[in-house]
Ligand binder design. Structure first.
Ligand code: AMP
Length: 115
């Protein structure tokens, strides 16, 4: 296994099946296998960044691209007006896959503060 292989690189490389709903040169989006809302999509950069706090100035354009792409995906899925973006950074914050990803969730009410 290459050093940079993650569960999500296997999805990117079509080694593991996923319900892919968006892809471009920089990122991919697919439905979460355990959805927490009617819409629950993971938006993942193709470049492996283990977590947001490990990103650097060099990834500024990539991170901006993810932020601009997330609302487009929500809109594509019929949730242009209301959605929530979540990034779990570190195991204590709930991160279980160490390949940066943005959860795009929508389609129900969300409480605040989050659990
Ligand atoms: P996190 O806990 O923030 O690292 O999020 C990881 C997410 O990946 C969880 O919401 C999982 O349900 C999801 N997940 C794990 N395996 C798969 C898979 N094979 N396909 C799609 N989503 C997955």
């Amino acid at each position: 296994m290459a050093e940079q292989d993650t569960l999500f690189t296997k999805i990117i490389n079509r080694e593991i099946a996923a319900d892919i709903i968006y892809e471009d040169d920089i990122c991919i989006a697919f439905r979460d296998i355990a959805p927490q809302a009617p819409l629950h999509v993971l938006l993942v950069p193709k470049q492996v960044i283990t977590k947001l706090s490990e990103s650097s100035q060099q990834q500024q354009a990539l991170l901006g691209h993810l932020m601009l792409t997330a609302p487009k995906i929500a809109a594509q899925e019929g949730h242009a007006k209301a959605f929530r973006l979540v990034i779990n950074n570190g195991a204590e914050a709930g991160q279980s896959v160490f390949h940066l990803h943005i959860h795009i969730i929508a389609g129900r009410d969300f409480s605040w503060p989050p659990g």
